[in-house]
Design a protein around this ligand. Structure first.
Ligand code: AKG
Ligand code: FE2
Length: 235
Protein backbone atom coordinates (compact mmCIF):
# COMPACT_ATOMS: atom_id res chain seq x y z
CA UNK A 1 0.00 0.00 0.00
CA UNK A 2 1.39 3.39 -0.99
CA UNK A 3 1.05 5.34 2.25
CA UNK A 4 2.66 8.54 0.92
CA UNK A 5 0.25 8.64 -2.02
CA UNK A 6 -2.78 8.02 0.20
CA UNK A 7 -1.63 10.72 2.60
CA UNK A 8 -1.15 13.14 -0.31
CA UNK A 9 -4.68 12.41 -1.55
CA UNK A 10 -6.00 12.94 1.97
CA UNK A 11 -4.36 16.36 2.28
CA UNK A 12 -5.56 17.37 -1.22
CA UNK A 13 -9.19 16.34 -0.71
CA UNK A 14 -9.69 16.41 3.04
CA UNK A 15 -10.62 12.73 2.88
CA UNK A 16 -9.45 9.45 1.37
CA UNK A 17 -11.25 6.18 0.67
CA UNK A 18 -9.47 2.80 0.69
CA UNK A 19 -11.51 -0.24 -0.25
CA UNK A 20 -10.70 -3.74 1.08
CA UNK A 21 -8.54 -2.32 3.85
CA UNK A 22 -9.88 -4.83 6.40
CA UNK A 23 -10.76 -8.49 5.93
CA UNK A 24 -14.39 -9.54 5.57
CA UNK A 25 -13.91 -11.98 8.47
CA UNK A 26 -12.80 -9.32 10.92
CA UNK A 27 -15.61 -7.02 9.76
CA UNK A 28 -18.19 -9.78 10.23
CA UNK A 29 -17.00 -10.49 13.75
CA UNK A 30 -17.10 -6.80 14.80
CA UNK A 31 -20.48 -6.41 13.12
CA UNK A 32 -22.03 -9.18 15.18
CA UNK A 33 -20.62 -7.72 18.40
CA UNK A 34 -22.15 -4.35 17.47
CA UNK A 35 -25.54 -5.87 16.65
CA UNK A 36 -25.40 -7.89 19.88
CA UNK A 37 -24.93 -4.66 21.81
CA UNK A 38 -27.52 -2.54 20.04
CA UNK A 39 -30.21 -4.97 18.99
CA UNK A 40 -32.45 -3.55 16.28
CA UNK A 41 -34.30 -0.95 18.28
CA UNK A 42 -31.90 0.82 20.66
CA UNK A 43 -32.85 3.91 22.66
CA UNK A 44 -31.46 7.34 21.83
CA UNK A 45 -28.87 8.77 24.19
CA UNK A 46 -28.61 12.38 23.06
CA UNK A 47 -31.41 14.61 24.28
CA UNK A 48 -34.47 15.13 22.06
CA UNK A 49 -33.74 18.82 21.44
CA UNK A 50 -30.32 17.96 20.01
CA UNK A 51 -31.66 15.15 17.83
CA UNK A 52 -34.24 17.43 16.28
CA UNK A 53 -32.27 20.67 15.94
CA UNK A 54 -29.12 18.99 14.62
CA UNK A 55 -31.07 16.68 12.27
CA UNK A 56 -28.61 14.02 13.41
CA UNK A 57 -30.01 10.69 14.49
CA UNK A 58 -27.28 8.33 15.65
CA UNK A 59 -26.75 6.29 18.77
CA UNK A 60 -23.09 6.25 19.82
CA UNK A 61 -21.37 3.44 21.71
CA UNK A 62 -17.75 3.29 22.91
CA UNK A 63 -17.07 -0.48 22.89
CA UNK A 64 -13.55 -0.25 24.37
CA UNK A 65 -14.94 1.59 27.39
CA UNK A 66 -17.21 -1.43 27.94
CA UNK A 67 -14.13 -3.69 27.89
CA UNK A 68 -14.84 -5.01 24.38
CA UNK A 69 -11.31 -6.03 23.37
CA UNK A 70 -12.22 -7.18 19.87
CA UNK A 71 -12.06 -3.54 18.77
CA UNK A 72 -8.41 -3.13 19.84
CA UNK A 73 -7.18 -5.29 17.00
CA UNK A 74 -8.27 -2.81 14.31
CA UNK A 75 -6.91 0.11 16.29
CA UNK A 76 -3.51 -1.58 16.50
CA UNK A 77 -3.53 -2.77 12.90
CA UNK A 78 -0.13 -1.96 11.39
CA UNK A 79 -1.43 -0.58 8.13
CA UNK A 80 -3.80 1.76 9.87
CA UNK A 81 -1.12 3.02 12.24
CA UNK A 82 1.37 3.58 9.42
CA UNK A 83 -1.18 5.44 7.34
CA UNK A 84 -2.23 7.56 10.32
CA UNK A 85 1.38 8.47 11.01
CA UNK A 86 1.95 9.34 7.39
CA UNK A 87 -1.05 11.72 7.55
CA UNK A 88 -0.63 13.19 11.05
CA UNK A 89 3.11 12.91 11.60
CA UNK A 90 4.91 11.73 14.70
CA UNK A 91 3.37 12.08 18.13
CA UNK A 92 -0.24 11.52 16.99
CA UNK A 93 -2.60 9.82 19.42
CA UNK A 94 -5.59 7.51 19.16
CA UNK A 95 -8.56 9.16 20.90
CA UNK A 96 -11.35 6.61 21.12
CA UNK A 97 -13.39 4.14 19.12
CA UNK A 98 -17.02 5.15 18.65
CA UNK A 99 -19.62 2.99 16.96
CA UNK A 100 -22.71 4.71 15.53
CA UNK A 101 -26.07 3.04 14.97
CA UNK A 102 -28.92 4.55 12.93
CA UNK A 103 -32.40 3.12 12.66
CA UNK A 104 -34.45 2.65 9.51
CA UNK A 105 -36.20 5.83 8.39
CA UNK A 106 -33.96 8.16 10.41
CA UNK A 107 -32.23 11.26 9.07
CA UNK A 108 -28.56 10.27 9.19
CA UNK A 109 -26.35 13.24 10.02
CA UNK A 110 -26.68 16.81 8.83
CA UNK A 111 -23.71 18.69 7.33
CA UNK A 112 -21.15 19.30 10.03
CA UNK A 113 -17.53 19.71 11.02
CA UNK A 114 -16.50 17.60 14.00
CA UNK A 115 -14.69 20.56 15.57
CA UNK A 116 -14.44 24.30 14.90
CA UNK A 117 -11.89 25.09 12.15
CA UNK A 118 -10.53 28.32 13.67
CA UNK A 119 -7.00 26.91 13.92
CA UNK A 120 -6.02 24.70 10.95
CA UNK A 121 -3.53 22.80 13.17
CA UNK A 122 -6.18 21.76 15.71
CA UNK A 123 -8.39 19.01 14.37
CA UNK A 124 -9.50 15.42 14.82
CA UNK A 125 -9.10 12.66 12.28
CA UNK A 126 -11.99 10.29 11.61
CA UNK A 127 -10.88 6.79 10.69
CA UNK A 128 -14.18 5.25 9.66
CA UNK A 129 -14.45 1.50 9.43
CA UNK A 130 -17.50 -0.02 7.74
CA UNK A 131 -18.60 -3.48 8.82
CA UNK A 132 -21.44 -3.51 6.25
CA UNK A 133 -21.99 -2.26 2.70
CA UNK A 134 -23.41 1.24 2.45
CA UNK A 135 -25.34 1.51 -0.80
CA UNK A 136 -28.49 2.86 -2.40
CA UNK A 137 -30.66 0.22 -0.69
CA UNK A 138 -29.32 0.82 2.81
CA UNK A 139 -29.00 4.59 2.36
CA UNK A 140 -26.69 6.39 4.77
CA UNK A 141 -24.25 7.32 2.02
CA UNK A 142 -21.57 9.77 3.14
CA UNK A 143 -21.43 13.20 1.46
CA UNK A 144 -18.19 15.17 1.58
CA UNK A 145 -17.09 18.52 0.16
CA UNK A 146 -13.65 18.06 -1.42
CA UNK A 147 -11.06 20.55 -0.13
CA UNK A 148 -13.41 22.00 2.47
CA UNK A 149 -10.93 21.34 5.29
CA UNK A 150 -9.22 24.48 3.94
CA UNK A 151 -12.37 26.58 3.59
CA UNK A 152 -13.00 27.52 7.21
CA UNK A 153 -16.37 27.33 8.87
CA UNK A 154 -19.22 25.48 7.18
CA UNK A 155 -21.51 28.23 5.79
CA UNK A 156 -24.60 28.88 7.91
CA UNK A 157 -27.89 27.86 6.28
CA UNK A 158 -30.80 25.47 6.67
CA UNK A 159 -29.35 22.13 7.78
CA UNK A 160 -29.47 20.04 4.64
CA UNK A 161 -28.80 22.44 1.78
CA UNK A 162 -26.66 20.75 -0.91
CA UNK A 163 -23.33 21.93 -2.30
CA UNK A 164 -22.81 21.69 -6.07
CA UNK A 165 -19.37 20.11 -5.66
CA UNK A 166 -20.32 17.56 -2.99
CA UNK A 167 -19.18 13.97 -3.55
CA UNK A 168 -21.09 10.87 -2.46
CA UNK A 169 -19.17 7.97 -0.87
CA UNK A 170 -20.60 4.44 -0.70
CA UNK A 171 -18.13 2.47 1.44
CA UNK A 172 -18.30 -1.32 1.36
CA UNK A 173 -17.69 -3.84 4.13
CA UNK A 174 -13.95 -3.56 4.88
CA UNK A 175 -13.52 -0.03 3.45
CA UNK A 176 -11.57 2.54 5.46
CA UNK A 177 -12.63 6.17 4.99
CA UNK A 178 -10.44 8.84 6.58
CA UNK A 179 -12.04 12.27 6.95
CA UNK A 180 -10.40 15.44 8.35
CA UNK A 181 -12.53 16.85 11.18
CA UNK A 182 -12.73 20.24 9.39
CA UNK A 183 -14.01 18.69 6.15
CA UNK A 184 -17.70 19.39 5.62
CA UNK A 185 -19.49 16.02 5.75
CA UNK A 186 -22.95 14.55 6.05
CA UNK A 187 -24.73 11.16 6.20
CA UNK A 188 -27.87 10.65 4.08
CA UNK A 189 -31.12 9.21 5.51
CA UNK A 190 -31.27 5.50 6.33
CA UNK A 191 -33.54 3.41 4.08
CA UNK A 192 -32.54 -0.13 5.10
CA UNK A 193 -33.14 -1.91 8.40
CA UNK A 194 -30.23 -0.09 10.10
CA UNK A 195 -26.83 1.46 9.47
CA UNK A 196 -23.62 0.92 11.42
CA UNK A 197 -20.25 2.63 11.21
CA UNK A 198 -17.26 2.62 13.58
CA UNK A 199 -14.99 5.61 13.99
CA UNK A 200 -11.46 5.29 15.39
CA UNK A 201 -10.74 8.93 16.09
CA UNK A 202 -7.16 10.21 16.33
CA UNK A 203 -5.44 13.58 16.79
CA UNK A 204 -2.09 15.13 15.86
CA UNK A 205 0.45 15.94 18.57
CA UNK A 206 -0.53 18.79 20.92
CA UNK A 207 -4.26 18.50 20.38
CA UNK A 208 -6.61 18.56 23.38
CA UNK A 209 -8.50 15.32 24.00
CA UNK A 210 -11.84 17.13 24.02
CA UNK A 211 -11.27 18.54 20.52
CA UNK A 212 -14.61 17.06 19.31
CA UNK A 213 -16.67 18.53 22.17
CA UNK A 214 -17.99 21.37 19.99
CA UNK A 215 -19.50 20.43 16.63
CA UNK A 216 -20.26 22.91 13.84
CA UNK A 217 -23.63 22.49 12.08
CA UNK A 218 -25.10 24.79 9.42
CA UNK A 219 -27.64 26.08 11.92
CA UNK A 220 -25.69 26.02 15.20
CA UNK A 221 -22.57 25.33 17.24
CA UNK A 222 -23.33 22.52 19.68
CA UNK A 223 -21.39 21.43 22.78
CA UNK A 224 -21.81 17.76 23.72
CA UNK A 225 -20.38 17.92 27.27
CA UNK A 226 -22.98 20.49 28.37
CA UNK A 227 -25.74 19.52 25.86
CA UNK A 228 -25.94 23.22 24.92
CA UNK A 229 -26.42 25.19 21.72
CA UNK A 230 -23.47 27.62 21.99
CA UNK A 231 -24.52 29.67 19.01
CA UNK A 232 -27.66 29.73 16.92
CA UNK A 233 -26.29 30.52 13.45
CA UNK A 234 -29.64 31.29 11.83
CA UNK A 235 -30.78 34.25 13.90
O1 AKG B 1 -20.90 7.35 10.04
C1 AKG B 1 -20.30 7.94 9.16
O2 AKG B 1 -20.14 7.43 8.05
C2 AKG B 1 -19.74 9.32 9.40
C3 AKG B 1 -19.84 9.72 10.84
C4 AKG B 1 -19.28 11.06 11.21
O3 AKG B 1 -19.62 12.09 10.72
C5 AKG B 1 -18.26 11.10 12.26
O4 AKG B 1 -18.01 10.08 12.89
O5 AKG B 1 -17.67 12.19 12.50
FE1 FE2 C 1 -18.54 13.80 11.62
Amino acid sequence: MKMAELSHTFWQQGYVVIEDFFSVESMNSLHSILLGHYGLNPEYEHDAAFLSKSATEVIPWFPQRSGEQAFDEIEQCNHMETLTESILGRGWKALYCMAMFSKKGTKGQAWHQDCPPDDPQQFNLNRLVYTMDIDDQVGGEVLVMPGSHRLGKLPASEVNENFSEQVMLTPKKGTLVIIHGHTWHRVLPIKGEYRLSTNYRAVPQNTPEDITDICVYRNMLYQFSTSKVLEDRLV
